[in-house]
Ligand binder design. Structure first.
Ligand SMILES: [Zn+2]
Length: 245
């Protein structure tokens, strides 16, 4: 029975450095090394958000984290030893690439804020489907269409509403809730939610929560520079692309 990695990034998106203990090291099938820790600040790939990079180091060793994956409750830090090796029980210092994390948190939070803008400008009947929050590809997708003649004005209205929210600001709220509580507080829920473990819910505006395991900014004012680049509606789906300028 393996111990689950404690996920510190779930509690604080701004924790860029922390200490941990090595649980195990092993070789990855691609020849790189895997380090497993008792707890981590490294975000593993998932939920449309890219993994963190950084370093794991002790007095005698330095490990560069190139990729992070989540497998069966454990976070796999995949990379290379630049110096020394690590053994189970070793105390290590973790450091993530701060600017990379902040950009990911902004892209992740922007997806939620676009959901809010969609509601504000009259497209609340479009159902949020999935999102990609990658630096080179950021887009949120909805079930439902915007008529072709409305596309241009929709893009302008969404942008204007985003600008207004970003100017005004909102303290992002993140809570661990029970399934029952999530059902009351969330404006959208996935079809299957676990009964037996707390659900992390996030609101970027107006106490409207949705379940999310990603990292987020502290305040919506940090999303300055968010720009809608395209609104595309076809085959029953609407896609909204965005960037940070
Ligand atoms: Zn999120």
């Amino acid at each position: 029975m393996t111990e689950n990695t404690e996920l510190l990034y779930m509690l604080d998106s701004y924790l860029f450095a922390e200490n941990a203990k090595v649980v195990s090291t092993s070789e990855h099938e691609d020849g790189r090394q895997i380090v497993i820790l008792n707890r981590t600040i490294f975000y593993p790939q998932g939920g449309g958000q890219r993994f963190d990079t950084g370093t794991i180091s002790s007095a005698a060793a330095n490990f560069t984290v190139e990729e992070v994956r989540f497998v069966d409750g454990q976070v796999l830090h995949i990379g290379k030893f630049d110096k020394g090796t690590l053994s189970p029980g070793d105390e290590v210092a973790l450091q993530i690439d701060q600017s990379r994390r902040i950009l990911h948190s902004k892209l992740q939070s922007a997806g939620h804020l676009i959901d809010m803008a969609m509601r504000h400008v009259g497209y609340e009947s479009l159902v949020p489907a999935k999102g990609a929050h990658y630096p080179e590809w950021s887009e949120v997708e909805y079930e439902g269409v915007i008529p072709p003649e409305e596309i241009e004005s929709a893009a302008q209205k969404i942008q204007a509403d985003l600008n207004k929210m970003i100017d005004q600001g909102y303290q992002v709220k993140i809570e661990m809730s029970s399934k029952e509580e999530a059902e009351i507080k969330c404006y959208i829920l996935p079809p299957h939610m676990p009964d037996n473990k707390p659900i992390r819910i996030v609101a970027v505006w107006d106490d409207l929560y949705m379940p999310c395991g990603g990292t987020h900014v502290r305040n919506v004012t940090e999303l300055k520079g968010l720009k809608i680049t395209r609104v595309k509606s076809k085959k029953g789906m609407t896609k909204i692309s965005y960037v940070f300028e």
